[in-house]
Write a protein that binds this ligand. Structure first.
Ligand SMILES: *Cc1c(COP(=O)(O)O)cnc(C)c1O
Length: 351
């Protein structure tokens, strides 16, 4: 081993879902099957090329103002970043600096572990119960901070706001982050608790409900004091995280509430139909409130189904990790895409 090896930061990186090159039915990374709001296209076409020689606005004021208006919060309560992955990573760096472990569920977004390792933050994973529900009491012990998604990923299960509030109540001395990447698909946001809990941070993203994963926009909403800490960390890291196109397009998307709501309605309708169809085929399908379903079949292994689907050009997500080795996560696509999936499964299972 070379002497310099011992001083190198070594990490086990997050493994994102595949981005296949050839056209396939892509139900593996929870992207939205519908295009962004029409205003986004217009904003992109009207983008001033000459202005690209200038740095973007480091404060992203236009986007921050649009988000503050949308949620009815102060502009000093909004932090934006390059996808919520960037925002969450900044939160880990900024808020999780205790010697005590941070807590998150054992079956959850696998990036949490990666950031904890990267920043050398101690952590403890709290097992979900046998129905993949959060056990709130597990989060009452001494800790250095808490993070969980609601709805959870990859299960899609939504925990009622009362549960979130009880966790907050038992953790007044640490930062609690609720990762709401999927909240628009069917849950009440913890944003309404912000007034009462100055230790709460809610993060959301444009990648799923707003059909803009390619633009990389995420945000955190919290008290002005916490947002200030995030900004200080960001400006110590990279002042120009968000490019001009993302700022303009993100703002344009927030000017069209009607399109947003119609987009959600379509996906929720398809999701509820897909739940029934999976059940008809003998799958056990968790009651997801997100834009994906977490399914398992008593007669087929997860691996077998994953491979068979992939050979057919139908991509879903499969981890094969403990507790979820036989589960597949299937993103809700268009009605047509879901029919291709179900048609294949019906034939494969001879049902
Ligand atoms: C998709 C996702 C994110 C990150 O999304 P970005 O594209 O980085 O905004 C964060 N948390 C969860 C639980 C997700 O599923």
């Amino acid at each position: 081993m070379k002497a310099f090896e011992k001083n190198i930061r070594k990490v086990q990186p997050y493994v994102p879902g595949e981005q296949p090159r050839r056209p396939v039915v892509k139900l593996n990374t929870n992207e939205n099957p519908y295009p962004p709001a029409p205003g986004v296209k217009k904003a992109l076409q009207e983008l001033d090329t000459d202005r690209q020689r200038l740095y973007p606005d480091p404060d992203c004021r236009e986007l921050v103002r649009h988000l503050a208006d949308w949620y009815g919060v102060g502009e000093d309560q909004v932090f934006v970043g390059v996808g919520s992955d960037d925002v969450l990573s900044m939160c880990f760096l900024t808020f999780f600096n205790s010697e005590k472990p941070i807590f998150f569920p054992d079956v959850t977004y696998s990036f949490y572990k990666v950031w904890a390792d990267l920043y050398r933050i101690p952590y403890e994973c709290k097992p979900l119960d046998e129905d993949f529900r959060l056990v709130k009491e597990d989060y009452y012990g001494e800790n250095g901070g808490i993070i969980f998604p609601n709805p959870n990923a990859p299960t899609g299960i939504y925990e009622e706001l009362e549960t979130v509030e009880e966790i907050l109540n038992h953790n007044r001395d640490v930062i609690v982050i609720v990762d709401e990447a999927y909240i628009d698909f069917g849950g009440r946001s913890a944003l309404e608790l912000l007034d009462r809990y100055d230790n709460l941070i809610v993060t959301q993203t444009f990648s799923k409900a707003r059909s803009m994963a390619g633009m990389r926009i995420g945000y955190a909403i919290a008290s002005p004091a916490l947002i200030k800490y995030l900004l200080d960390a960001k400006f110590s890291f990279n002042s120009y995280t968000m490019n001009q196109a993302s700022i303009a397009c993100g703002s344009a998307a927030l000017e069209d509430r009607k399109y947003f709501e119609e987009n959600l309605r379509k996906i929720i309708r398809t999701r509820e139909r897909a739940k029934e169809e999976f059940a008809r085929l003998g799958f056990c399908c968790l009651d997801s409130k997100a834009n994906f379903l977490f399914v398992t079949h008593p007669e087929y292994s997860g691996e077998e189904l994953f491979q068979a689907l992939k050979e057919e050009g139908i991509y879903v997500r499969f981890w094969g990790s403990p507790r979820i080795e036989d589960y597949l996560r299937v993103t809700i696509g268009t009605e047509e895409e879901m029919e291709i999936l179900f048609e294949f499964l019906r034939n494969y299972m001879k049902k």
